[in-house]
Design a protein around this ligand. Structure first.
Ligand code: APR
Length: 327
């Protein structure tokens, strides 16, 4: 029995994400939670002839039932930025939403693998950590910030330049999940030696700020939803496959570096005392089985790290202090 709960399942990301998860033969129960519209989304998806039973739960009073005994909880809940709202306003609202969902998970599904999509991921993952610590159910091997869209974009954009198959080209993307904290390690990708430094820098910026292309093209109607749903589903399905069948799957994801202290030494040598970082992780039955080395970094990439680390440090402490300082 594998129960996956999507929190924010009626949203722009949540609906296509739920559709993709419904196709998995490994998921037996897909539980959809939102503060609006989940009965309709659940009824619609429930007609699809795949294995997962689909249930819809709407409103805070139904959160316990939605999340209880989940094996995996995926959180794309949040609000989009509205005119006049600052980034800080947005942070406070989404931070509160993630905190409340994390409290429910800590109480009713403490062993679940937590996949966090709600932005700003650099800060919302530390929020989940602090909530789980508060309830004494914290295990860094089971809490993930989903950075898969950065990897997906990197594969697409790099293939546009060097050719080949974007579906199989793996580009390691480490760091965080916004702007300059996103660190594509293009020097590790075969074929990028054909590119000029100018092209490398341009495609690096495109990966870091890829989300802005979508926001601009949607012209006020929101940010990436379909590509984020694809990436979120890929990550959640990898978690399920690793947990259920013990398959060793390697994927870059944003974790607390305590998830494998020994394995994180290589990363810590580069980023110092930073607590969270997206690193290549070997997933398995327990979530993070190993943190793998980030590998060689060239001088240009080192400069990107220098820009990313202080920004990430600020993002992490903002998230953690939202809980520890009693928001
Ligand atoms: N609990 C559950 N769901 C919630 C809550 C809550 N407390 N508050 C809001 N939601 C739901 C909304 O009702 C909506 O259905 O979250 C969903 C968000 O969907 P959209 O507004 O369409 O936003 P979306 O584009 O999907 O982005 C969601 O992902 O990438 C991030 O920055 C983005 O944080 C945002 C989140």
């Amino acid at each position: 029995m594998v129960k996956v709960t999507v929190c924010g399942a009626a949203g722009g990301i949540g609906q296509p994400l739920s559709l993709l998860l419904k196709q998995s033969p490994l998921i037996t129960h897909l539980s959809l939670f939102d503060i609006v519209n989940t009965p309709g989304v659940a009824a619609d998806l429930s007609h699809i002839n795949t294995k997962a039973k689909v249930t819809g739960h709407v409103g805070t009073a139904q959160l316990e039932e939605a999340i209880k005994d989940s094996d995996v909880v995926v959180i794309p809940a949040g609000v989009p930025r509205k005119p006049g709202m600052t980034r800080d306003d947005l942070f406070k609202i989404n931070a509160g939403i993630v905190r409340d969902l994390a409290v429910a998970a800590a109480k009713f599904a403490p062993k679940a693998f937590m996949c966090i999509i709600s932005n700003p991921v650099n800060s919302t993952v530390p929020i989940v950590t602090e909530v789980f610590k508060h309830f004494n159910v914290y295990d860094p091997k089971r809490i993930f910030g989903v950075t898969t869209l950065d990897i997906v974009r990197a594969s697409t954009f790099v293939t546009e330049l060097i050719g080949g198959d974007a579906a199989t080209l793996r580009v390691p993307v480490v760091g965080g999940h916004s702007g300059v904290t996103i660190l594509p390690l293009l020097s590790q990708v075969a074929g990028t030696d054909k590119l000029s430094q100018e092209q490398i820098e341009a495609v690096t910026k495109r990966i870091q700020f890829g989300g802005d292309e979508v926001v601009k093209a949607k012209d006020g109607a929101g940010s990436a939803t379909l590509s984020m749903a694809f990436a979120g589903a890929r990550f959640a399905l990898n978690i399920v496959e690793a947990a259920v069948n013990g398959t060793a799957i390697t994927e870059c994801t944003y974790v607390h570096l305590d998830a494998d202290k020994e394995g994180a030494k290589d990363t810590k040598a580069v980023v110092g005392e930073l607590e969270y970082f997206s690193v290549p992780v070997q997933l398995g039955r327990n979530g993070v089985e190993k943190i793998l080395p980030i590998g060689a970094v060239n001088n240009y990439e080192k400069k990107l790290f220098d820009e990313a680390v202080p920004e990430l440090k600020g993002n992490i402490s903002k998230g953690a202090s939202f809980i520890t300082e009693g928001a």
